[in-house]
Each structure stands twice: as C-alpha cells, then as structure tokens.
Ligand binder design. Structure first.
Ligand code: 3H9
Length: 694
C-alpha cells in the first residue's frame, strides 16, 4: 500500500498519509510526503495543498522503532522544511491525535484546521527526548515560549478547543474536515500571501520570555537528573535568542544526543514492552472476549472498594458484597470519602462522583453476585475463606461468568479446583490503591480458558489498567521478586549496613522510596503477620520481625526502622533501631562491615534479576519486557532504567552472574546461585530480547 494518496480537485491537492495503525513517520512515509509536496508544487493545476491522514490518528510522530538504527533519508526536519518552503500554501487537516513529529509536520504548514476530536501534543519528553523536527522552535513562535514550554514539558496532548485558544489551530471544523481545510488553503492561495511559522515572532514578547525563564528554573529544580529537561530549556532559550536556523541546529544536536542516551533507550523499551504485553503467546485474534455488562466485587475492604471504584469509573455497574452490613457500610463510606477528596481537589466533578456512586450497589450476601458477568473476590487472604466463596459462586452464578480472585499469594489453581468450572477462574491481582495503581497482574491458571484470559485482559484495559499475563507461583511476578529484595535488604542490615544507607542507595537509583521507609509507611506489622501466616515460604526478615515484636510498626506508631516525631512523615535515624540491628548481627556472630552504594545496589537488585530469569525460564512471565513493566508500573522501578531485566542487560549479564556466584558462596544461600538461563545468556553473550525473538 502506498503510504501517501494524492488527489487533486478544484485546485487543491489533498495528500493523505496512509500508514496504519497510527501513521507513524517511517522512512517510506517521509519520502512519500516530500515527493507528494514537490509534485503538487510542480503541478500547474494545483493552487493549494491539504495534508491529511487516514484513520483515527492523524500522525503519532516519528517511527520510534527506527531510533537507534542508521538514519534513512529523507530526515524528518528536511520534510518539514520542504513543507514550510513550499511555494504553494499547505494546510494541515488534523483528524485525530497529532503527536511529536506529526504535530511538527503540522507546525510547518501554513495553516491548521482540526476536527473537534483532535488532540495535539509533543510527547517526546516521555520517551526521554525533546522534539527533534523543529517543535521546540515553531511551537513557541506560534503560541509563545511559556505555553509551548509547558506543553512540551508535560508531554500531554491538548484538545482541539484549547489548541484553538492557544492559536495552535486556526479553526475547529465541525463538518467536513477536508472541505474546511481546502477552503482555508484556497483562501491563502487567493490572497497570495501566507506566513511561515519560522518567520513569526509576535508571541515572543518580553513578558513571555520572563514567564518561560521562571517556569524553566522551576522545572530544573524538579528534574535535575533527567538529561532532556535541560536540553528542552536550552532549545527553547535558543528560539528566543538565536536566528531560526542556528536554534534549529541546537535542537537537532540535543535530539541526536538524547536518542543515543541509555535513558531514552530504556523509555522506548518500556513503550514497546507495554504494547507487547497485550499479546498473549498462543492466543490469536480469533479468540473473542466474553461480554461484561455487570460486575460484582466480594469484600468491601480497602482493596475491594478500590476495585469497585475501578468498575464504576469505567461505567460498569458493580455490586459490592460483604457478609455483614456494618462492614459494607464502612466500605461504602470509605468509597464516598475517597471520591469527596477528589472533588475537593478539583480532579472530579460533583456530578461525576454521584454518577459513579450510583453505579455501585451495596449488598449483603453472595446471592447478590448471581447476575454478574464477572465476580472479583477480594476477601481475606485465606485459602479456607476463598474456597467457601468460590464454592458458593460456583453454585450461584450463571455458567460462563468470570470468577476472578484478587489473591496476592495463594494458588489460583487450588482456588479454581474448589469450583466445577476451573476454566472460568482467573487471577486479577490489583495493586493498592486499586483505583489508582495502573498495574494489573492477570494470573493464568493451569485450566483458565483462552477466552477468559482475553476477557480479563480486555476488562483490565477498560478499567484503565495495564494488564500483564503471569503464571501461577507464590507471589506471581512482582511480589516474588520483591521478596528477593526484602531478603537482600535485611541481609545487608545484618551484614553491616544501616537502614538509611540502604534506602539512600535505592532512592539514588531512582525509586521514590527505599525499602525501609516503605515498610514504615505500609506498616512493619503487615509483613510480619504475612510472614507468620506463610510459614516456611516466607522470606527471612529478622530485623523487621524484631521491630514488630517490640510494637515498632512504623509511621503509625511513631517508630519503626526510623523515628517519626509527632506529625513527621519523613523518618529520622533511630539509635535504638540501629542498636537493635547491631545486636542482632552480633548474636549471629556476623562481623559487620560497611558497604558502598554500588555494592548495596548490586546486592539488592542482582538477586531480583536472578529471580526474574527463573520466572522466565519457568514460563511464569512470557517476556523479559513483561517483568520490566510490572516493576515500573507496580513497584516504582525507575522507568528511565527500563525495568530490572533491561537494566541488567546494560550492567552486563556476565558481571551479574559472577557477583551472584560470589554472593551465593558468601552467604551459603543456594537460591542466589545464578539461574541456568542467566548463565546461558551470559556465556553466549545473548540477551533476553534475542532469546525471545529466536
Ligand atoms: C518523535 O516524534 C520525534 C520527533 O520529534 C523528531 C524525529 C526526528 N512509532 O499505542 P497503541 C505502534 S518521537 C512506531 O497500542 P493507541 C504501537 O507500538 C514520537 N510505532 O495505540 C502499536 O504497535 P503494535 C512521539 C508506534 O490507539 C500500534 O502502533 N510520539 C508509534 O492505544 C498501536 O499503538 C509518541 O510518543 C510510533 N510513534 O494509542 C506517540 N506509536 O500494534 C506514541 C504507536 O504492534 N504513540 N506505535 O503493538 C502513542 O502515544 C499511541 O500509540 C497513540 C495511539 C496515542 C498514538
């Protein structure tokens, strides 16, 4: 299929980009646009040109999969310049999303007419980049440097009406978009004059410059570590102080450097891994999802309430079920309070809150789940409780109803076995707070039917989540790897490190919080009780256990790994806790020593990578990228490192294997010995990605 369709009528050449699914600007599209514009310019029958696109999206930007590969001509900036310098007026007809390079094409046009559903943005910042085809130069010239900087810094697209208000769009066409754009283009042709964006400067006032500088200073404070924010500031500043072509070269140099930067590579990996996760190995497009019109959630605790809110948010009626009216009342009150906080903050309209609440029907007793198409159980984490619930659901619900469990650790196959329809049972492991967190582990049981899995993935997406398929094992992917980090963190304390040193290494790596500050926030008692319940399967956490035994539960008791003086949210070092740690290691005859930050990171993260390799080898996760996005979206692993498995490849698998061998020898813990897969890849200089492609 040709990537550009050209049709001339009434003196207007309409050039339509056709590159499904999102009209990304790959080399063939770029060449076709350049050729199409040149041909239209040379055609005597053409007075004006309209640049349009087919499908839902106008243009999603440069083809991200080409980044990091040898560049193919023509480069996007050349195509953009050819449009701007065309001797006939070119008007963009923006039918949907115009992002990145897509918007940059439109910025170089001599006019922009947009459909009411269009959204316009420069999201490069989210890929660790900045716009690289003139966006940092032309957007400020069109709308002012301060608003342009805000738009590029957030990366979020703006709707048609806002684009009109900014002067980014010239008109919003409620009727035929191509006709409106053609009329606008012919009007310019008739006038015989139009301005090039590169020559415009009317919005670049002193006031605008001052507002930009203030916003830039603020942004630098917040993003000191990201290389692209300073590059964005430098490029916009160049727009304000340098001739257009010089400033364009400044932008280009920054873009080239950023494309090669590991953090952008990592963010691009995350972008593609998120999309890849939607594909379930062995299940094709022919498998259709079951219809879901009505849901039920069992358990009105924090988790169940959050899950019910997710359904309501997606417009799906949901029955929230409890055993006792009191617990149900408390659950509903919590949901209302949650919504009221959002209303107070201004992030939810009052009417929307009422609409959502009206979709949640409280009910006592499992009978209320009888007419649901999906039931999500979020009851107490106990096999006996779950068995009772699933046994009852088996009797009460219609055949074909999806029976989902939100268990974090229990065996989904064992839960399925308590029903006569294990094929309808699936795990939906939401993360807390369920109405906020994006990750959803979809646990595929041994007998889960393919269409149940497809339905679970689809419902996950409808709830605004990022669903990732995982297999059955203790803790699934995320918590299983987390256990390795918890164990490693505790081992570091016993060996000589202190909580603040471990936490500092983790936040320095890019996490928002270290494991001990996190434990204090969540409650040291939570893990302690869970470990007691899990028995032999539990990780060893002698320090946390000792703290919990003393009632040091963390923030809520004012002391845990750290001290929290009255009202303080950030902890300070606690001499008593530190003395306790020292005495625990002395009791075990451990000679304490100090650790560098690099050593701490290696000791915390290498065992996680090792566990990830085991998870891959067992088939619990289908792809290394799935593990990465689980950790980025569920556990705050810094996206700019690409997730644990991508990061490991950057560190070097042979280095990690050697360190794990040393660690296993030092600790006598065989579980730290490098996984066979990790060893094979390290020895063969292979990579996770290459293994999956093979
Ligand atoms: C840029 O433009 C740099 C320039 O400034 C300078 C250059 C010199 N490239 O998300 P979806 C694929 S940087 C390649 O599921 P949706 C995607 O992988 C770019 N592929 O659809 C998926 O493939 P598959 C700045 C892309 O409807 C399929 O298209 N632009 C690209 O949920 C469908 O995608 C961006 O950052 C791409 N640019 O959402 C925008 N975009 O079917 C990135 C998508 O094989 N894109 N694919 O899995 C998006 O945000 C969303 O895709 C969009 C549609 C909102 C457009």
């Amino acid at each position: 299929m040709a990537p550009l369709r050209s049709a001339v009528s009434n003196g207007v050449a309409v050039l339509t980009i056709v590159n499904p699914p999102v009209n990304a600007l790959g080399a063939a599209v770029r060449a076709a646009i350049a050729a199409g514009v040149a041909a239209a310019a040379a055609d005597g029958a053409v007075k004006a040109i309209v640049l349009a696109a087919e499908g839902r999206v106008f243009v999603a930007g440069a083809d991200i999969s080409e980044f990091g590969k040898p560049p193919l001509p023509p480069a996007l900036p050349e195509v953009v310049a050819a449009i701007e310098n065309c001797p006939k007026p070119v008007v963009a007809a923006i039918n949907g999303m115009a992002l990145g390079g897509g918007l940059e094409l439109a910025l170089a046009c001599h006019g922009r007419v947009v459909a009411p559903v269009a959204r316009l943005g420069l999201p490069e910042i989210k890929l660790g980049l900045i716009p690289g085809a003139g966006g940092t130069q032309r957007l400020p010239r069109l709308i002012g440097a301060a608003p342009a900087f805000a738009l590029m810094l957030s990366g979020d697209p703006i709707p048609a009406e806002k684009a009109l208000a900014f002067g980014l769009a010239d008109a919003v066409a409620s009727g035929d978009l191509i006709a409106a754009a053609s009329t606008a283009a012919l009007r310019l042709a008739a006038a015989g004059t139009w301005s090039k964006t590169r020559d415009r400067a009317e919005k670049l006032t002193d006031e605008d410059r001052a507002a930009f500088e203030a916003a830039a200073a603020e942004a630098l404070k917040k993003s000191a570590r990201s290389p692209n924010v300073p590059a964005l500031i430098d490029s916009v500043r160049a727009c304000l102080s340098q001739p257009f072509d010089t400033a364009l070269a400044t932008e280009r140099a920054h873009f080239a450097a950023l494309v090669a930067d590991p953090s952008s590579k990592a963010l691009r990996h995350v972008f593609f891994a998120e999309r890849e996760a939607a594909r379930i190995p062995g299940i094709g497009k022919e498998v259709k999802a079951r219809p879901i019109r009505k849901a039920a959630v069992i358990g009105a605790g924090t988790m169940g309430g959050g899950i019910a809110m997710c359904f309501a948010q997606a417009g799906i009626p949901v029955t929230l079920i409890e055993v006792k009216a009191e617990a149900l009342g408390a659950g509903m009150a919590r949901i209302r309070a949650n919504y009221e906080t959002s209303v107070k903050r201004g992030s939810l309209a009052l009417a929307a809150m009422e609409a959502r609440l009206s979709l949640i029907t409280p009910a006592v007793g499992l009978d209320a789940a009888a007419d649901a198409d999906i039931v999500v159980e979020a009851a107490f984490e106990d096999m006996g409780v779950k068995a009772d619930i699933f046994g009852a659901l088996d009797r009460l619900t219609r055949p074909g109803t999806l029976l989902a469990t939100n268990t974090s650790y229990l065996d989904v196959d064992a839960i399925a076995a308590t029903t006569s329809r294990p094929q309808d049972v699936v795990g939906l492991h939401f993360f807390s707070p369920a109405n906020v967190m994006r990750l959803l582990e979809v646990v595929r049981g041994g007998q889960t039917a393919p269409d149940v899995l497809v339905t679970a993935m689809e419902i996950g997406r409808k709830l605004g989540k990022l669903p990732v398929v995982v297999g059955v094992c203790y803790g699934f992917v995320g918590n299983r790897m987390l256990a390795k980090r918890t164990e490693a963190a505790e081992r570091l304390l016993m060996a000589g490190a202190l909580p603040h040193e471990v936490d500092a290494a983790v936040t320095d790596f890019g996490f928002r919080m270290g494991p001990f500050a996190m434990a204090d926030l969540a409650g040291v008692d939570i893990g302690w009780r869970a470990r007691k319940a899990a028995g032999a399967k539990a990780v060893k956490a002698p320090v946390a256990d000792a703290l919990a035994e003393q009632g040091r539960f963390g923030q809520k008791t004012g002391r845990g790994f750290y001290l929290y003086p009255e009202g303080a949210r950030a902890g300070t070092r606690d001499p008593e806790t530190e003395a306790l740690i020292v005495s625990l290691s002395q009791a075990q005859g451990i000679a304490r020593r100090s650790f560098t930050q690099e050593e701490i990171k290696a000791r915390l993260f290498y065992p996680m990578v090792n566990e990830g390799a085991k998870i891959l080898e067992e088939g619990v996760a289908a792809r290394a990228g799935d593990i990465d996005i689980i950790w980025v979206n569920g556990y705050n692993w810094p996206a700019f490192t690409g997730g644990p498995m991508h990061w490991a490849e950057g560190v070097g698998l042979p280095k990690i294997v050697a360190a794990l061998e040393a660690l296993a020898a030092e600790t006598g813990d065989d579980s730290l010995k490098p996984a066979p897969l990790l060893k094979r890849l390290a020895e063969g200089a292979g990579s996770f990605a290459a293994r999956e492609a093979a």
